[in-house]
Each structure stands twice: as structure tokens, then as C-alpha cells.
Design a protein around this ligand. Sequence first.
Ligand code: ATP
Ligand code: MG
Length: 376
Amino acid sequence: MSDTEYHRLLGMGKSAFEELENHLEERSYEGRQYRHVPDYRRGVERGTTLIDGTVVRGFPKVPRTLVLSEGIPEWFDDYPGERVAVEEKLNGYNVRVVRLDGERLAFSRSGMICPFTTRILERLVDLEALFEQYPEAMVCGEMIGPENPYTAHDYPEVDSLAFRAFDWRNRLSGEPLPVEIRRERYETFDVPQTRLFGQFEVDEAATEIRRIIEELDADGREGVIMKSPDGTAQLKYTTSAANQGDLAYAFSLPFDYGQPFMFRRLIREGFQSIEWDESDAVARERAHELGEAILLSMRETIDTVADGDAVGERHTVRASPETVDVLLEHLDGQGLTIEIEADRREDGDRVCTFLKRTQSTTDKTRNYLDGHIVKE
Ligand code: ATP
Ligand code: MG
């Protein structure tokens, strides 16, 4: 298809599209060429993919508030008198599933076709009837559970890997369905969904959410996403458990995580502590936990490198041998260094644990241990 049609599908001018084209990443999946928008650009969602003459829109960036009581009325003031729906924010990886020419494909956040997710989804959820009835649907959800190649976070209800739908958009326009209609439709098609805590008046939402967040925090869960009834406005807020969990993870690979990643999570803790009007004793407890998250994970890493071992992100996947093969090839194609640590067969599946090596942390830690002098 000519680019003229792509610019029309994206609803942009020709010259704006030409500008965009310089920033598209080119890839192929099983012999099909496609291009995607790998980063944030004005006018087009990150993760938007141009493939076979059609478009798969990216999932929009979800903004965050650091202070519930002020942020919620500020963000939802275009919806006077309406309620905000509060859903659980799950900690896994984002996936968008669409059907193109009869083939179901799973796209990553940045708009790549993920060969692993595309295959494993077939086991996890049956979307046949849904796409039969709504061929332009873009099923958006989170892949959660311990056994996946991207984000390992445990949920007691998930042994290996599971899918939870949290949005339903039009593949071409990116327009979402209203929250209630979306939830009903997924229910009709028997598609598992993220939890809905309720719909609250804007003025009462902060109080309700604080209660919800306290429960989620106690269970080590991530947080909530608030949504306007029409599904267009979204706002996120996370638990201290999630902030500290991220910090622990980032400080276990301190030279591979960007410093803004750590800084932002520290700041969130500060604002939560103030909004919740913590007593001196409670704030000290938070400070203690925060310190542990940072220091203990860092110590473990330094110890590992001191013992001569490499550090990195460890993942386990459980899938058919073919699926694991294409996954390892896919990761390799992205320039990642993968070390297989354990590999076995179980009930016909291949269960493979591997380490994505994070070279900067390994090298820098080694240098510092060797007495490298820093001028700072
Ligand atoms: P971004 O903010 O750009 O989406 P991020 O990596 O910073 O990217 P998160 O902080 O995890 O993302 O928050 C947004 C993500 O939360 C969504 O992209 C989605 O994958 C995930 N998510 C989990 N549960 C929900 C939900 N109920 N509704 C919407 N998104 C959800
Ligand atoms: Mg996430």
C-alpha cells in the first residue's frame, strides 16, 4: 500500500507523515514486513504499527497523579457529575491483540509483534467468537504471572501466566468502548478481566481509593487505574509496595536502570506519606522499608558480582518447545544477551529459565570492587 493511504488512516497530513516515517522502526514477523512507532511522538501513539496496509494503534500513555485528593478532580473535571470507574492496575506487561487477515497477532507496548505472546495466548483465552463478531476490535490487556519473558510479578491466583483484559479499542482509530459496555462485552465472550472496584463520585473517589490502595498494598499488589465512564480519560496511582518493589528491582541493577526511574519512585513515596498524614512513627517505618528496598537489593548484586557471577534479569517461561525457540530467537534479534540457566521438559512443555544479562551493572560493579577511583 502506498504511504498516502497510511497518512489518511492515521488522520494526519502528508508532510507530518513523512516526518514520522523517519522515526519508524522496521521489522519483520514470519516474512511480513511492518513498521512501528517505538517512542513517544506528537500526534501518534507510541506503539502504533503500520502493517499490510492497515494500522494497529498504540495503547495511550496513562498519566499519574501523586496526590489523589487534588489530582482526581483536576483530571476528571471535564466529566462533571459523572463517576469514575476504579479498576485494579495489574503489574505485568501490556498486550494488544488484533486479527489481521484471519491471523491473531499480539503486539507489545512499543508495537512489535511478540511471537511468544501471540502463541501462548491461544492457550490462555479464546478470542475466536469476539473477533468473528468484531473484526476491528483491539483487545487490550495485561499478561500477568511469574512465567513470562518480560515482567515477573507473582499473583496468588496465577501459577504460570494469565491474560486480563482492561480495555477494548478500535484497532484503526484507537477509540475505546465506554467502561460499562466493555465490561459487559468481555463477560459475554468469557474473557477474563481486571477487577472493577466500583464507580465513585469524583468528590468521593480519593477517600475510596485510599481505602482500596491500603488493601492492595497489604497484598503486595500494584495499584489502581481510574477511568472516565466513556473510557477516554485514565489516571493511575500506585501502592507503596509497588514503588518499593520497583526500587528494589532497579537497585539490584543500578547501572542499567535510568536514574529518573528511581527518582520518580522516591518522590511518589514522599507525596503519599504527606497526603496520608502519617505519624512520625509510621513515616519512620516507611523510611526504613524504603531504605531496605534500596540497600539490601544493591548488596545482593554487589555480592553476586564479587563472587564472579553475572547479574541480569532472570525469567522463566513455560511453553511449547517451538514457542520457546521463537522467543529466544526474538530476544536475540533485539540484541539481548541471553544465558540459559535451566532447561527441562514438563508435560510436553519446555520450561526454560534464562538470564538477560545487564552488562553495565556487571562491569561497573566489578570495576568498583577492583578499586576503580571515581572523581565525584
Ligand atoms: P505507560 O504509562 O506509558 O502506559 P508504563 O510502563 O509507565 O507505561 P505503567 O506505569 O505500568 O506503564 O502504567 C500503565 C500500564 O498499566 C498500561 O500500559 C497497562 O499495561 C497497565 N495496566 C494494568 N492494569 C490496567 C488497567 N486496569 N487499565 C489500564 N491499564 C492497565
Ligand atoms: Mg506496568
